[in-house]
Ligand binder design. Structure first.
Ligand SMILES: NC(=O)c1ccc[n+]([C@@H]2O[C@H](COP(=O)([O-])OP(=O)(O)OC[C@H]3O[C@@H](n4cnc5c(N)ncnc54)[C@H](O)[C@@H]3O)[C@@H](O)[C@H]2O)c1
Length: 208
């Protein structure tokens, strides 16, 4: 079946509309859509916020997903699946990541709303919430806090490998999970479960 490349800026509604239309015209159907593009900003307290930075980030992380959810269903076959990439940050994160945290919470909300709206067509909509993944974003300038401490705060003590995240996308796109929709699924090495033993040890050492 091959593949095609369509240059798209997801923050631009007309680009995403064109992406879906051209894909449909090339293949005759769309079954799986992944709204994955995202950016992060250098750490910045909300009180020091540069509004233009927030607008740029929301344009990609939030409106990019809105555009995908708006235009994909028009061309998708009933029974298809949409997967959005949120983040463990949707559940809260370090000081300085307010723009990113709030954008990923919005992705979770959009996922749930869209899952309800598309259920009558049996189109499932879910999002995945990865902990720090070993991609260029993890090493973004100005975002060093997470990289420095995530091995301590995360119970499994390491980043998420891209293959591990890809396996979750693959599962959600497969026919094995026909009854899963509207979910935010964490792939976070145990972060959401509670404080890691190594973090508790660090705190206790500091208190001694
Ligand atoms: N890496 C992590 O630690 C981590 C953790 C949790 C969630 N995520 C999320 O995973 C997703 C993928 O990020 P990644 O880790 O591969 O980061 P990355 O920086 O390596 O890749 C991001 C991709 O998004 C693309 N992109 C940026 N702006 C775009 C735009 N306006 N239009 C189209 N494409 C655009 C970039 O070209 C790049 O290919 C993002 O939504 C990110 O927020 C990443």
């Amino acid at each position: 079946m091959g593949c095609i490349y369509i240059k798209t800026d997801v923050s631009k509604e007309e680009d995403v509309a064109n992406l879906m239309k051209e894909t449909y015209e090339s293949y005759g159907f769309i079954d799986i859509v992944i709204n994955n593009a995202g950016i992060i900003l250098p750490e910045q307290l909300i009180t020091d916020t540069n509004i233009k930075d927030y607008e740029r980030l929301y344009g990609i992380n939030v409106f990019g997903v809105v555009h995908g959810l708006k235009y994909a269903p028009k061309y998708m076959r009933d029974g298809g699946t949409i997967i959005n990439t949120a983040s463990n940050s949707a559940n809260g994160d370090y000081a300085g990541y307010g723009a990113y945290i709030s954008s990923k919470s919005a992705v979770v909300g959009l996922t749930k709303a869209s899952a309800i709206e598309l259920a009558s067509r049996n189109i499932r909509v879910n999002c995945i919430c990865p902990n720090t993944m070993d991609t260029p974003m993890a090493y973004a300038e100005g975002c060093e806090t997470e990289l420095k401490v995530m091995g301590i705060t995360t119970p499994l003590g390491r980043m998420c490998k891209v293959e591990e995240a890809a396996a979750l996308f693959h599962f959600l796109a497969s026919d094995d999970c026909q009854y899963i929709t509207g979910e935010d699924i964490y792939i976070d090495g145990g972060l959401k479960a509670g404080p890691s033993t190594q973090m508790i040890d660090c705190i206790l050492k500091g208190l001694r």
